[in-house]
Design a protein around this ligand. Structure first.
Ligand SMILES: Cc1cc2nc3c(=O)[nH]c(=O)nc-3n(C[C@H](O)[C@H](O)[C@H](O)COP(=O)(O)OP(=O)(O)OC[C@H]3O[C@@H](n4cnc5c(N)ncnc54)[C@H](O)[C@@H]3O)c2cc1C
Length: 289
């Protein structure tokens, strides 16, 4: 399996990368870690005439805290960069854990946050926890820059609002009141298997009362989805085991998974019920530490 011919550019600035993407438009593709793009090119599923690599843009790999903004993760940060970030370990351990448990070490070493999002695969592991934490994405293109909630980025399987000339540059996790968050995934193997379902939650607890809960599910619909009815079950309620089960049942009812080789629709719905309950239990417990 060989790669088809293409022109290759490795710009040293974001401005230059944007200029190239504006020039070549849909004929070009961004290359980040290449774990998905190169595979598709080798199998003839994608044949871009031009590749614009982000590998010269070191600043897009940074993970920083900006006062008044939040934690800013560059799109080129690899899954292992995220898993090992001291800043994220301190502020959002749940994001590190999500990155640590996906794929295998080789993929985590090169696969990036930007690729994980732009791919728009329903089973992707990072979008659910980032959505639960209220993250936004920053896009840069020929028309300038825009920031939008990650929740509004996805429009379907492999489709999103990103324009052909746009580059995802950052993911921003805003400062927030949430007291605990977690992401739990179920795969058919312990390592190297895509999530059959993933459940992420961020809760804001006040004593035993849940002031707010954000629940985001992966592989439970064509796009990562918020389980808003389940969230409403918990809002301003004293948490009991029965209430957590009710939230899980609600999430299972409102999701719309498909049947695939990895699991039937019914199986996935039941996983949503169980994983939502477990994720809530874990996040609430951690919020009390
Ligand atoms: C063996 C294997 C196991 C895997 N397991 C998992 C798993 O468990 N969980 C999971 O979520 N994923 C998994 N993946 C999928 C994949 O590794 C990830 O989604 C990865 O994050 C893709 O990132 P990348 O940098 O390699 O993207 P690339 O392959 O470089 O790019 C993917 C797509 O996104 C576009 N793109 C990339 N970055 C940008 C950007 N900044 N702006 C605009 N467009 C961009 C590219 O043009 C391309 O269309 C697995 C893949 C393999 C091969």
């Amino acid at each position: 399996m060989y790669l088809p011919d293409f022109e290759y550019y490795q710009p040293n600035s974001l401005a230059e990368a944007c200029r190239l993407m504006a020039k070549f438009g849909p004929r070009a593709r961004i290359l980040a870690g290449g774990t998905d793009l190169l595979h598709k090119m080798k199998h003839g599923q994608l044949e871009p005439e031009v590749i614009v690599s982000l590998n010269g843009l070191e600043r897009l790999r940074e993970i920083t805290y900006q006062k008044g903004v939040g934690v800013v993760i560059g799109a080129r940060a690899t899954h292992n960069d995220i898993a090992g970030s001291a800043l994220l370990q301190e502020k959002y351990r749940s994001v590190c854990e999500a990155a640590h448990h996906m794929a295998n070490n080789q993929i985590r070493n090169v696969g990036t946050l930007g690729g994980n999002i732009v791919n728009a695969v329903p089973s992707a592991d990072l979008p659910p926890i980032l959505i639960a934490l209220g993250a936004s994405v920053k896009l840069a293109g020929s028309q300038g820059r825009r920031v939008l909630p990650l929740e509004e980025f996805f429009t379907g399987v492999h489709s999103s609002v990103i324009e052909p000339d746009e580059i995802l540059t950052e993911v921003i996790i805003p400062d927030q009141p949430s007291t605990g968050s977690t992401y739990i995934r179920f795969g058919l193997r312990r390592s190297g298997a895509l999530a059959v379902v993933g459940a992420a939650v961020a809760v804001t607890m006040e004593g035993e009362t849940c002031r707010e809960a954000r629940i985001a599910l992966g592989a439970a619909a064509p796009v990562p989805m918020r389980a808003r009815q389940a969230e409403a079950v918990l809002k301003n309620q004293v948490i009991t085991p029965d209430l957590l089960e009710e939230a899980g049942v609600c999430a299972a009812r409102e999701c719309s998974p498909r049947s695939s080789i990895r699991g039937s629709e019914e199986y996935r719905r039941d996983l949503v019920r169980v994983l939502t309950r477990r994720a809530l239990q874990k996040a609430i417990k951690e919020g009390h530490v």
